[in-house]
Design a protein around this ligand. Structure first.
Ligand code: GDP
Length: 200
């Protein structure tokens, strides 16, 4: 409900793209979401849009290698990047995907921010560092979003926050503020929504 009020207009799956030629018109600002498989990306997209099964569209077989576009009303796109760190994918598939990702990140004028999702239990992993380096080189500002905070204690929270801050420090494109979220308990969802809605 809240998601729909904040983003006036339809909140829905638009399309999955496999090549730059498939991108929708760059007629509004967009944000993208990246993260390791199972980080809680679909749950978070569902939570911020206020739609229970919206992101299921991008988790169906065949869509997992695509860049999936959602409308957040008439003034924003939310872009779901495929989950990375899938060790079983064939090399050719990974290479094709990385090439598209590079083209997208460096070529999309209306992309305002990337949200890099990090499981609060695990902190930043080498594959996260990879995507962050890519974002640095494409000069796309990225903000870390910790997921599943309901699964950790206060002490663990402090530890992971310190680890993430230390890892972000050397990245020129990193936005200093972190967002702590739990799709399960609702923590940080309003903050993330408002962050997206107010980007200029
Ligand atoms: P994705 O692969 O990144 O899209 O991850 P999903 O959204 O499918 O979530 C992966 C698993 O983590 C599922 O079993 C979810 O129920 C669980 N999960 C996602 N978000 C949360 C959360 O905030 N808290 C808890 N406790 N579990 C979560």
């Amino acid at each position: 409900e809240q998601g729909r009020k904040l983003f006036a207009g339809p909140v829905e799956f638009l399309k999955g793209i496999v090549a730059m030629s498939g991108l929708p018109p760059a007629d509004r600002l967009e944000v993208c979401f990246a993260g390791r498989s199972n980080v809680g990306k679909s749950s978070l997209i569902n939570a911020i849009t206020g739609r229970k099964a919206l992101a299921r569209a991008s988790n169906t077989p065949g869509r997992t290698q695509e860049i999936n576009y959602f409308t957040l009303g008439d003034s924003r796109y939310l872009v779901d990047l495929p989950g990375y760190g899938y060790a079983n994918a064939p090399v050719a598939v990974v290479q094709k995907w990385q090439a598209l990702l590079r083209q997208y990140l460096s070529g999309r004028q209306t992309l305002r921010r990337a949200f890099v999702l990090v499981d609060a239990r695990h902190g930043i992993k080498p594959v996260d560092e990879e995507i962050m380096r890519l974002l640095d080189s494409a000069a796309v500002t990225f903000q870390c979003v910790l997921t599943k905070t309901d699964k950790i204690s206060t002490a663990e929270r402090e530890r992971v926050l310190a680890q993430v801050r230390e890892n972000l420090a050397p990245h020129p494109a990193a936005f200093p503020e972190l967002i702590l979220t739990s799709s399960e308990k609702g923590e940080g969802i309003a903050t993330l929504r408002a962050t997206i809605a107010t980007l200029e």
